[in-house]
Ligand binder design. Sequence first.
Ligand code: HEM
Ligand SMILES: [Cu+2]
Length: 541
Amino acid sequence: MSFADQSRTATSSFWNDTGRTGVASWIFSTDHKRIGLLYFYSVFGFFLVGVVLGLLLRLELMAPGRTIMGPQTYNALFTVHGVVMVFLFIIPGFQGSFGNLVMPIQIGARDVAFPRLNLLSWWLYIIGAVIVLTSLFTGGGPPDTGWTFYVPFSARTGTNVSLAVFGVFIIGFASILTGVNFITTIHRLRAEGMSWGRLPLFVWSLYATSWVQILATPILAITLTLVIAERLLGTGLFDPGRGGDPLMYQHLFWIYSHPAVYVMILPAMGVISDIIPVFSRKPIFGYKLIAFSSIAIAAVGSLVWGHHMFTSGMSETAILVFSFLTFIVAIPSAIKVFNWVSTLYKGSISLEAPMLFALTFILLFSIGGLAGLILGAAATDIHVHDTHFVVGHFHYVIFGGSGFAFFAAMHYWLPKFYGRRYAEKPAIVAWGIMFVGFNILYFSMKILGLKGMPRRYYDYLPEFATLNLISTIGSWILAVGLVLMLVNLFRGLFRGEPFVGNPWGGATLEWSITTPPPTENFAEEPVVTHGPYDFRGAGVP
Ligand code: HEM
Ligand SMILES: [Cu+2]
């Protein structure tokens, strides 16, 4: 598509292409920046809901016995916490918000390839989310299966599993459509000179993620439909009582859901690859390897789902193969960590908030990833399977990793779209509090798991009391830091110091246009003459 063809008529105020005012000018806008902010505020709203649920879980676990809720409520809460965090926050989060906000600008385009489809994605996401929320207050009440909806329990429980699963099904379509849209955009709308070798690494990561979304999400959609069929029609595909096979459900679920963890982590790695060079004033080390390893992670990552099922019963050969492949898939992640650290080496590092969050990603992701290898080795996994070790592990990866990368992106990119910025000192204090709280909260869980405390129970043996209390105190510290970070960030975006020009000194295209970006990003098609991390080429001092 030629650059001129991408032009659409826009009216007056910022990015408003609808001819409407107020809320309608947002929820019917096809401008990628408005859709990006719609996504941002929706996913972030759900993140906060998830956090409140997580804090309630920790409050219950503060002391042995019943503290604030009974077992059934606890089961419902960890299920809803998991579903909200996974399907409403972290899977749609990066693509929907920062992917939409910056990817078209980073490749020199006026918008995504299919702006109306883009808006439809957001609508499907919101409709799905409303259905999930409706399931909590209707029928048999909130589902109590865990976010994995394992059969046979999910086929038999009287709670409102069907509706919740249907909501997730709808959200899956939003994910697929965004994937199609982004792949087309990255193939077709790159500006002159924006060769594949000059794509910012964030764009590469979105590209790899989009393929995972397109190829893997349909499997989830079908699997969830089968669970609904199982419940409503009694098809008996999974129910052993009817000749079905519950293990088949686990295979189908993880064939999607393991690749889905890459939908959660790959864009986060892309954010880090964009931030580290800027705050080290050095080109990224090993650009090609980082770009390639995103694709490698996406590809090999589709072959390792069996590591979630070592204890479910499978042949020793299968265990060996899945275990081996799991170790292989750690290599491209390790390559990235190595390259980030090499980029830092001898750089002139400035520790502003985006950089602190990015560095924290590297540390916490590495801790989580190494724990992942303990789980990937069958011998050790059998010992810690379904304990709090697993809960500690995945919070390190998705919260310490992806979550902190999300915070990094919020501090790095949101000022670009608001033209105002947060205050630096409170941001750093907030970061420090969160970092301390986070590690107290989740490292205790890892130790508890090693000692044998199972996950998904509202109660535990008295010998686990001390560490649980420590973990709960950690959750309060984390929450304090989070509140401080948010107050500072949003107050800054709406009332803070002006943020103009290129304060971070980035060399990617979004830093070459005015702040906030104009409606169609570029008045004329940009001609790209330098790489994304070529600071001298971009004329950045
Ligand atoms: C203040 C923040 C958070 C707290 C205090 C928290 C706390 C917890 C606790 C205590 C559990 C374990 C329940 C159990 O197994 O007995 C849990 C499970 C879980 N959390 Fe979090 N969490 C937080 C943030 C997050 C984030 C940011 C994500 C993802 C982006 C997340 C994803 C999950 C998932 C997927 C589960 C598993 C649910 C299940 O077993 O079905 N959590 N969380
Ligand atoms: Cu996995």
